[in-house]
Design a protein around this ligand. Structure first.
Ligand code: ZN
Length: 303
């Protein structure tokens, strides 16, 4: 079964998780103060200094008048060995999606691979420089950080931190000035070994609670339905900014955004959700639904 998966995966490397936060700033802050002076919100390290994992914001709001939040995240996937495919004309970017997010004014977080930023430096710089967006780290190589992750090639433990730092270097090289210290594991695959290996990198790992299902999907309505069915207050939705492997995403977003706004949701970047997670619990009254007032932080191993 392993062999089969691995064989399949060499042809179509799985898409999972790419997007990045940009400049840390309160949503209503005027542009008069240089926001870069404020350190971006992060989670405290887990046990023995392990990389903390963020999955979703609190299900409750700071005050009853606040709108429930949702964060759309877009993984800009390009794997280290996909250069020849890009050279042959395959498009791993999705400018129409970025345009739509701007037109609809949707704050969003892009988890970008370093290889993607190398291939599309102008786009990486434009996304990173847009106050609507955040750029965060989705590894350099888009190789797996566990031994068993959709057949992706594996990053050895001793090279994990280097792979993450190489992506930050690629962002700098492309002109992305303030990538956020958030990291999304390729394939969403991590374990205790990976959380320990990345501890010195000082990143907060960002997972999700809603899978958009846009990877290799061709029906935008199905993607929209899956997102709309899954979103709850505080949700983090994983989608993709990679045209060749997620061709329906832009059209799905055109449905998802107005529908969630009709339901009263406010779109936020991941940094705002992480900041909300750190708000003292006493400041937030419980919602009538009685859902847990804590994000699901997986400080322990998965897989
Ligand atoms: Zn990915």
């Amino acid at each position: 079964m392993w062999t089969t998966l691995a064989t399949l995966a060499t042809a179509t490397l799985p898409l999972t998780a790419c997007s990045a936060p940009s400049t840390p700033r309160p949503p209503a802050a005027p542009a008069t103060t240089p926001a870069k002076k404020q350190p971006p919100p992060t989670l405290a390290p887990g046990p023995q200094g392990r990389t903390p994992v963020f999955r979703n914001a609190p299900r409750t709001r700071a005050t009853p008048a606040d709108a429930p939040t949702v964060a759309l995240t877009f993984d800009a996937d390009m794997t280290a060995d996909q250069g020849p495919r890009a050279a042959a004309g395959e498009r791993f970017d999705n400018p129409a999606l970025v345009d739509t997010l701007r037109r609809l004014k949707v704050p969003s977080t892009f988890f970008m691979t370093g290889r993607w930023a190398e291939e599309y430096p102008a786009q990486a710089r434009a996304i990173g420089g847009d106050p609507l967006f955040e750029v965060a780290n989705h590894s350099y190589s888009h190789y797996a950080f566990t031994r068993d992750c959709y057949g992706l090639p594996t990053v050895p433990a001793h090279a994990m931190r280097t792979d993450v730092e190489r992506a930050f270097a690629a962002f700098r090289e492309a002109g992305v000035e303030h990538p956020l210290p958030y990291f999304r594991f390729p394939g969403g695959c991590y374990d205790d070994r990976a959380l320990r290996a990345l501890a010195p990198a000082g990143v907060t790992a960002v997972q999700w609670d809603v899978v958009g299902g846009d990877a290799f999907a061709t029906d935008p309505d199905a993607v929209a339905r899956q997102v709309l069915d899954g979103v709850r207050p505080g949700s983090v939705v994983v989608l993709h900014c990679t045209r060749s492997a997620a061709p329906a995403t832009e059209r799905a977003v055109r449905t998802i955004v107005p529908k969630l706004r009709e339901r009263g949701f406010r779109f936020v970047r991941v940094s705002e959700q992480i900041a909300a997670t750190r708000t003292p619990r006493a400041a937030r009254p419980a919602d009538p639904g009685g859902t847990p007032d804590r994000p699901e932080q997986a400080a322990t191993a998965r897989n």
